[in-house]
Design a protein around this ligand. Structure first.
Ligand code: ADP
Length: 612
């Protein structure tokens, strides 16, 4: 499948919009995504901070509530104590001494600040700090809300600065006796230092405000007696007047909303930092108390924004890189496909060209083959005809030779027969028989010659049979014996020591040898001491007949095409003898070759497979 772009569209995308605009748009998109990711990260961080601030409220609340509850049990139990009742109804010195000791022991056991007993007139009659210089004993606390409140309502709480110690604390009071008959009040002053220390250790800013929004307990000591909202000077003066907070500043807390719900800017020490604020009423505690927790927000928000931007930038970067890589890969793939298509097309063209060339060549070859086949058929036909013609020509020459050869035994037969007649007349039978035997021998010889001639003229010479290689040589030399004698050629026979067998047709081999010997005679004409050597040999697999003369040798131009028809140097020659001879030897599975010998003269070699 190929993905193609419409040309018009491609032109639009590639040419109408310049490259720099692409890059600018890319950068803008990148910046926008990173910015949005940062905003989302900020939102998520704020929501996490909200959860964290809300989640930290119960913990801070728990620390405060458990401390108050623990201390509240002290006045509750003491208000029902018989001894306390006794000293309130009859303030005897012994009873007061016992109660003082009891209060001291309780104060030490509960880590309360001070525990004391006030009579119905507001006068302190026993206190855990009775031994100290600044003992509460003898002090009048009629003006304190915790006294009046408890006397009328049974219980009261008040956060105030101690009139003697000047240290702030929560006063928890319980009435002794009934509403109708109140005997006095038991008070526990607890300082929230331990609770504040616990808040400080939590790492979050924690503080408690009363119903007027004044900070009572706080993990940041400087914030004590500051206010949530600005308090009018007249009202501030009234509060100070009540001595509740001595000469506390009552200034506004350095905490201001930061625009987003829950986020505030707060000055702690020299720094103005961002916090997530959360608050809740302190249930079961003094009425109107509210607990506030501030969780540091700058760093979490900053790191969340940073992380979101980083992650989005990385993701975008990776996506851009992946897109660029994919685009490049697609480009490469496309050019590779184009290259492949081009190569395939080139290859196809080349294959088509080559196929055409090959089929032309094939066509030509077929033509040449059929031409050659018909030429070969013609040559074969010609060769057959010529072989027959040559055989007849040879026959003519051989006939003359044979006639000469036969004349001799015929003349001899005549002489021997005449002499036998004379011996018969003389009754010399012994010589008659001897002469007749000689005559029989001579007729045998004539018979052999005529038999050879008959075989030579037969075109079909029969199937090859196992013969001794010397047989055809004997036949040929016998046929040409008279010519050997006439020409004065020395005929030398070198025979192999053991008989050599070949599978051949004797007559045909004779024909070859006659041809070779005749040629040799022709070449020997005019040679001094003409010599013809016929040698038989074997090399284990082949039987070799070498016919060597010391004539003029084969002219080089003839040697090159010796076995091709009509190669002759003789005026009356046909140039067919060697062609036919080679053919016959080949027919017998052998090979006929020729060379000039270094001593002068030619050598013909018949090489036939040895039959065993
Ligand atoms: P032809 O005898 O009719 O020429 P051949 O095929 O028998 O045909 O011989 C071809 C030629 O080979 C001869 O004309 C001669 O030139 C050369 N030739 C053959 N035998 C010999 C030899 N023994 N010595 C020199 N030349 C030879």
């Amino acid at each position: 499948m190929t993905i193609s772009t419409h040309p018009a569209q491609r032109a639009f995308t590639a040419r109408s919009i310049p490259r720099w605009l692409f890059v600018a748009l890319g950068i803008l998109a990148f910046a926008a995504v990173v910015f949005v990711a940062g905003a989302v990260g900020r939102e998520r961080a704020i929501s996490n901070l909200e959860t964290e601030a809300e989640g930290s409220l119960p913990l801070a609340m728990g620390a405060l509530r458990s401390e108050i509850d623990k201390q509240r049990t002290v006045p509750f139990i003491l208000a029902r104590d018989g001894l306390v009742r006794d000293i309130l109804t009859r303030p005897a010195p012994d009873g007061i001494a016992v109660v003082n000791e009891k209060l001291l022991a309780l104060q030490q056991g509960t880590h309360a600040s001070t525990i004391y007993v006030i009579d119905s007139n507001g006068m302190t009659i026993a206190a855990s700090n009775y031994l100290e210089d600044q003992s509460f004993v003898g002090n009048d606390y009629r003006f304190r809300h915790y006294f009046t409140g408890a006397m009328s309502d049974g219980q009261a709480n008040q956060y105030a600065l101690g009139t003697v110690s000047g240290r702030p604390g929560l006063y928890l009071s319980e009435r002794v006796g009934t509403q109708a008959e109140p005997l006095g009040v038991v008070v526990v002053k607890m300082e929230l230092a331990e609770v504040e220390e616990g808040w400080r250790q939590s790492g979050r800013i924690t503080y408690v405000t009363d119903e007027r929004g004044i900070v009572l307990a706080t993990s940041i000591p400087e914030w004590r007696f500051h206010t949530l909202a600005q308090i009018e000077p007249a009202r501030a003066a009234a509060i100070r007047e009540s001595l509740q907070f001595g000469d506390a500043p009552l200034e506004k807390l350095p905490v201001n909303p930061a625009g987003v719900d829950g986020l505030v800017n707060a000055v702690t020490g020299p720094a103005n930092r961002l916090f997530m604020a959360s608050s809740d009423m302190v249930s079961g505690g003094p009425p109107g108390w509210r607990l506030h927790v501030l969780v540091a927000a700058d760093r979490p928000i900053m790191s969340a924004v940073f992380m979101a931007r980083l992650v989005s930038a990385l993701a975008l970067g990776l996506s851009f890189a992946a897109a660029a890589w994919l685009a490049q890969r697609r480009r490469r793939e496309k050019s590779r496909r184009e290259e492949l298509t081009r190569t395939a097309a080139e290859l196809e063209t080349r294959v088509a060209e080559r196929t055409a060339a090959l089929s032309n060549a094939n066509e030509r070859l077929r033509g040449e083959i059929s031409e050659r086949e018909s030429a070969e058929a013609r040559v074969l036909r010609l060769r057959d005809d010529l072989a027959q013609a040559n055989r007849l020509a040879s026959l003519g020459q051989i006939t003359a030779g044979v006639a000469h050869e036969i004349n001799q035994p015929v003349a001899a037969i005549r002489t021997f027969t005449e002499n036998a007649g004379k011996f018969l007349k003389r009754n010399d039978t012994e010589n008659v028989v001897a002469n007749l035997n000689t005559v029989i021998g001579l007729t045998d010889r004539i018979g052999t010659i005529t038999e050879t001639l008959r075989g030579f003229s037969r075109r079909q010479s029969g199937a090859p049979v196992l013969i001794d290689i010397e047989e055809p040589i004997d036949g040929a030399t016998l046929m040409l014996a008279s010519r050997v004698k006439e020409a004065g050629v020395e005929l030398v026979r070198i025979k192999h020591p053991v008989p050599l067998k070949v599978r051949a047709n004797r007559i045909r081999l004779e024909q070859v040898l006659v041809n070779l010997i005749r040629n040799a005679f022709d070449a020997l004409a005019g040679t001094e001491a003409p010599r013809l050597v016929i040698e038989t040999k074997a090399d284990g697999e082949h039987v070799i007949v070498r016919v060597t003369d010391n004539g003029h040798g084969i002219p080089p131009d003839v040697l090159a095409r010796l076995f091709t028809p009509f190669s002759t140097t003789k005026a009356e020659g046909l140039g067919l003898g060697l062609v036919i001879s080679s053919d016959i030897v080949s027919d017998l599975g052998g090979h006929l070759s020729a060379r000039n010998v270094p001593e002068g003269g030619a050598q013909f070699i018949i090489d036939l497979p040895e039959a065993k």
